[in-house]
Design a protein around this ligand. Sequence first.
Ligand code: HEM
Length: 122
Amino acid sequence: MGNTLIKISIWYFIIGVTLGLYMSMAHDYNLTGVHAHVNLLGWVSLAIAGIFYKLFPHLAETASAKVHFWLHNIGLPVMMGGLALAISGAGDLFLTFVAIGGVVTVLGIYIFGYNILKNLDQ
Ligand code: HEM
């Protein structure tokens, strides 16, 4: 699971910095919120989770790790896609995706935190 998370994080890094480069070149900062969250919740957070699992392999074997993996990797793209579409004027309906994706992602992160706090010392 560590390798998979690190590979996924690299895609978020590529997408995040490419969006930042576009924003800089176009002088269009509307998508700053998407850029910041793709970089921090996608690249930074998932890379750190992946490195944790490489450092402490027993943490990757738990049910909590699997639940976090799926909630984070489903919630974040739903949240980011919804935010990008809502900001781009596709309609306030997409704010619902931001809310649902955000809650799913946060629940996943709570479970990640539970896994680390409960199992790190074992
Ligand atoms: C070379 C790659 C990057 C480029 C070209 C870039 C570009 C930008 C631009 C143009 C903005 C908008 C600035 C503004 O609204 O005044 C921005 C904001 C931001 N970026 Fe990046 N960025 C890059 C990488 C990253 C990375 C790696 C992270 C985090 C790990 C990051 C996190 C943020 C955050 C948090 C903001 C919001 C700052 C604020 O609104 O105060 N960026 N970036």
